[in-house]
Design a protein around this ligand. Structure first.
Ligand SMILES: [Zn+2]
Length: 136
């Protein structure tokens, strides 16, 4: 199953689908570390490390879904104003939960500034950076 996925989004889609039709198969791959190894292989070691303490398939799907939130969102560097997508910034460590937000520690590819970016887990919140950008 994991050989079929092209990227982390496809993996998640496949995990969700299989968790309904054949959860034992996904649990097997999780327990054997196949999914973590594959995520490492495609350069998403941050997602792989999130799975290290996961006990159940439902937890794994939830954690991966949350950790992918906002990955394609537009983001402006609070230091130099560089505009890109979240995925264009360097992720310094795995994302974490911060209240109703997902926190990410990022580094700007242009000016090298390290900052935190918080993305709302639920509708209604707005993403924000720490420190705040100029004019935000
Ligand atoms: Zn910058």
């Amino acid at each position: 199953m994991i050989g079929v996925a092209k990227d982390e989004e496809e993996l998640l889609t496949e995990m969700k689908r299989l968790s309904e039709v054949d959860p034992k198969a996904v649990e097997y791959h999780l327990a054997q570390g196949h999914i973590r190894a594959w995520l490492d292989y495609i350069g998403r070691g941050d997602l792989a490390s999130l799975l290290s303490d996961v006990k159940s398939l439902a937890d794994a799907v939830k954690l991966l879904s949350d950790a992918m939130l906002g990955w394609d969102s537009e983001l402006t560097c609070p230091g130099c104003g560089f505009k890109g997508k979240v995925r264009d910034f360097k992720l310094l460590r795995p994302p974490w939960y911060f209240g109703k937000y997902l926190g990410r520690s990022l580094q700007c590819p242009r000016c090298g500034l390290k900052f935190r970016y918080f993305y709302p887990l639920a509708q209604g919140g707005k993403p924000y950076t720490v420190p705040k950008g100029k004019g935000m």
